[in-house]
Design a protein around this ligand. Structure first.
Ligand SMILES: Cc1ncc(C[n+]2csc(CCOP(=O)(O)OP(=O)(O)O)c2C)c(N)n1
Ligand code: SF4
Length: 314
């Protein structure tokens, strides 16, 4: 991986002056991802906070080529662009070695963009798909998505006398992507920048589709002070809510295994969206969330050892 000195000498692709909230995870994540790229980029961005706040006409924060695409089809649009690039390259009309990255929130990736993502992965386009997962449709007012954690208070899964917030557990999008048998898929967090940027470098070298699901704290939707974003991202990893792992050609690897995982409540109690869980009536939800995290963790460890073993015997 490039040294810090090399990274700091690289041009910023996401320039300052955008209108994302102070402390927005999507701002930090998009900056880290584009910094890790050595080649010229074509970026596609689905509608959502990142796109809306970095492209306010007549200004743009993007120093790369940039396509704003509809909420539901950033993977489809970018895969078409990548196919055109390949054809032009073959004819000798493009000499540069360009890389293709699509950004989308969890609403645009887990939900509405899912079928176009699945299609692009299946067709084998050489592109990196980044989901910045802030766990809700933040740009339109914090509506629940299929990535929203169980128990979270959102405008469409409100906590109150009748309910404790969202009932369902989040969809495991990374597992769905892995099921497409693509060469590289991973989960990352901006709190572990080195790990995140290494993963981007690796993904961009893959001759085919790659995917990285990046946890993206949102001070507005998670309800905490903006300066705590990295701490919140780190706690998500330290409690095991967000696991850092990668799957290379079907082989799982845990990239960070804390000696002692912190209890999930340490992450939850810092966020206003979970405040109502800390009442006697909702204690059982905290217990269930802890059991859920433990189960997911054990499953991932097993997948790491099973797939490593299977790879050895190939
Ligand atoms: C097909 C369609 N439905 C709804 C919208 C309205 N819309 C714009 S942004 C947005 C929320 C995006 O959520 P997410 O992808 O999670 O990104 P975030 O806002 O959290 O960054 C919605 C619902 C739209 N643009 N297109
Ligand atoms: S609402 Fe959340 S995701 Fe949107 S700009 Fe603000 S912090 Fe970022």
């Amino acid at each position: 991986m490039a040294s810090l000195k090399e990274l700091s000498a690289r041009e910023e692709i996401v320039a300052p002056g955008h209108r994302l909230c102070p402390g927005c995870g999507a701002a930090i994540v998009s900056r880290m991802v584009t910094k890790a790229a050595k080649n010229p980029l074509v970026v596609a961005c689905a509608t959502g906070c990142l796109e809306v706040s970095t492209t306010i006409y007549p200004y743009t924060s993007w120093k790369s080529s940039f396509l704003h695409v509809a909420f539901e089809n950033s993977a489809a649009s970018l895969s078409g662009t990548e196919a055109a690039y390949r054809a032009l390259k073959k004819k000798g009309k493009i000499k540069e070695d360009i890389r293709f990255i699509s950004f989308g929130g969890d609403g645009g990736t887990y939900d509405i963009g899912f079928q176009s993502l699945s299609g692009a992965l299946e067709r084998g386009h050489r592109m990196l798909v980044i989901c910045y997962d802030n766990g809700a449709y933040m740009n339109t007012g914090i509506q629940r998505s299929s990535a929203t954690p169980r128990g979270a208070d959102t405008t469409t899964s409100p906590a109150g006398k009748e309910a404790y917030g969202k009932k369902e557990y989040p969809k495991d999008l990374t597992a769905c992507v892995v099921a497409h048998d693509i060469p590289y898929a991973a989960q990352a967090s901006p709190s572990h920048w080195n790990d995140l940027m290494k993963k981007v470098e690796k993904a961009l070298e893959v001759d085919g589709p790659s995917f990285i699901n990046v946890l993206s704290p949102c001070p507005l939707g998670w309800r905490y002070p903006g300066e705590e974003s990295i701490e919140l991202a780190r706690l998500a990893v330290e409690t095991g809510f967000w696991q850092l792992y990668e799957v290379e050609n079907g082989v799982y690897k845990m990239n960070y295994n804390p000696k002692e995982r912190k209890p999930i409540r340490e992450w939850l109690e810092k966020q206003g969206r979970f405040r109502h869980l800390f009442t006697p009536a909702n204690e059982h939800i905290l217990q269930e969330l802890q059991e859920y995290v433990d189960k997911k963790w054990d499953r991932l460890l097993k997948l790491c050892s099973i797939t490593e073993e299977a790879n050895k015997t190939k």
